[in-house]
Design a protein around this ligand. Sequence first.
Ligand code: WTA
Length: 634
Amino acid sequence: MLKAIQSFTEYQEAYQKSIDTPELFWDEVAATFHWKKKWTNTLLWNFSEPKIEWFGGGTLNITENCLDRHQTTRKDQTAILWEPNDPKDAVRRVSYGELFTMVQQFANVLLSLGVKKGDRVCIYMPMVPEAAVAMLACARVGAIHSVVFAGFSSQSLADRITDAECKVLLTADSMTRGEKKIDLKGIADAAMAASPTIESCVVYQHKGTDILMQEGRDYYWHHLMEKANASHTAVEMESEDPLFILYTSGSTGKPKGVLHTIAGYMVYAAYTFKNVFQYQDGDVFCCTADIGWVTGHSYIVYGPLLNGATTLMFEGIPSWPDAGRFWSVIEKHKVNIFYTAPTAIRSLEVFGTEPFVGKDLSSLKVLGSVGEPINEEAWHWYHENAGKGRCPIVDTWWQTETGGIMISPLANITPLKPAFATLPLPGVQLAIMDEKGTEIHGNGVEGNLCIKFPWPGMSRTIYGDHERFHQTYFSAYANHYFTGDGCKRDEDGYIRITGRVDDVINVSGHRIGTGEVEDAINEHGYVVESAVVGYPHDIKGQGIWAFVICDREHHSYEELCNEAKAHVTKVIGPFARPDRIQVVKALPKTRSGKIMRRILRKIAEGDTSNLGDTSTLIDPTVVDAIKAGADMIR
Ligand code: WTA
């Protein structure tokens, strides 16, 4: 099994080694896993195509590392501890032995539905242990899972199914998040009607709601499981065979299917989990993300299970039944490591310290933060109230594309600085670039964040569009992976992420492309054109501000706002609903027809003292009109 770094000196040595001899460094990490056949070629790469191959010649199955190899030592240990949405409902504890059986059975179910190595399976499920079973069963038979967050609309689900040409859809009857009921099967039916590739749909009966089942296409999970054999030998996979696709938003175009491959992702998810959180045998680890996002993939499912950890899966939300829910969950399950998002912390800050009264949080050893920059105030509040001043906060910077954490303190090892993600993990070679594309060396600098050497967890391509992969990540700076984020490196060499420098916004930790929201708004009959930007929002981090040109003046502003917001909810999902809609007569455009978003961003931010050069606009007077309109709705 993996051993964690024990001290700051060890971290520095490991880091140096990972740079001087990266292959040797990762060989040693990879050797702690079970391989069917050992790799022969640790790394092959170039960032110009790009082409990246780790552990070539090796064969394995990731589920043997998550499950089979723990059977002699951890059969009765809880693998997945499930806390339901409603605290009055029963908790579930799925042991490594039970999880192993469930995954083998479901692997056989997938086979019975005709799923073969390389086929794509879409997972649109609530936060229940069966969702993890579904992912692992796919990996076991060599199918590629594509988990879609169960907050996406039927249209978004259909787009993702179609793009990956998924053959099977796994879903549930319905689910509840807080008090909100979500009709998953209804949404899935609408999506399937629009996506011809789905041959079968398996429905996990979660709430026991009445649903429509289409003969010959839809099957209940429990019916198929009853008949399934409980033994399945994991399929032998190549290191670079795909493990999963996960859709994420970029600055332009439709969401892209980020593809991760088996061996590199496995090694990286496991290594980062163990080292960043300093997980020790017997600890209860709780990550509050949804499995529909990469954080759920790497730190609810794969990272913890690869390390034989107990991973707590929480179905609920932080604010229901009350604002003390997180703290109740920690107390109830004696959580040792708690990993959440700054937006959740900020939303709880509003309720003050009352929700902590009478709750015993003494089990906590480590706190984590992910998804967006954590502001200093939230950092201190989290540190003092949840951690009682004694638990380190690991502020972990990473992305869907990186597969695992890239910049973060190691808990109780790296000296902390509030709001700093601190230092790169071993294997991560950062480069801060200036506008001309030259690396800025030294400390006390600021620029765009790139990575100049491959790490095992990096994405290998965008599913079905390698050219877009190249364009998006490897074309801005030659021979560098460009993250899309800006950062500062302070006098101590510590990294602080300043946020996206492209047209991606981060709303409550959800990554949204402004272009996607514009496309959705533009579909509405009243709308001629729109431009969407992010603006600072106390709780969400960023809010969505849409500037909209309409062609039907006789509709009231209110009506238009409601319509446009409802339409975005329908097309993308509730989390992408604009916060503010401003009807404008014209948008600030250059002579070449490009919208000057910089100006709109500044107006939305309320920072109009210096709008920069507006002389290239066709009509500079539109800016004043927009400024005046913005003040009215702010
Ligand atoms: C942002 C989530 C500051 C960043 C794991 C990145 C962060 C995007 C942090 C990726 C952090 C994530 N500090 N910003 N600790 N973690 N981000 O793909 O802008 O959903 O590019 O992956 O979130 O979002 P994604």
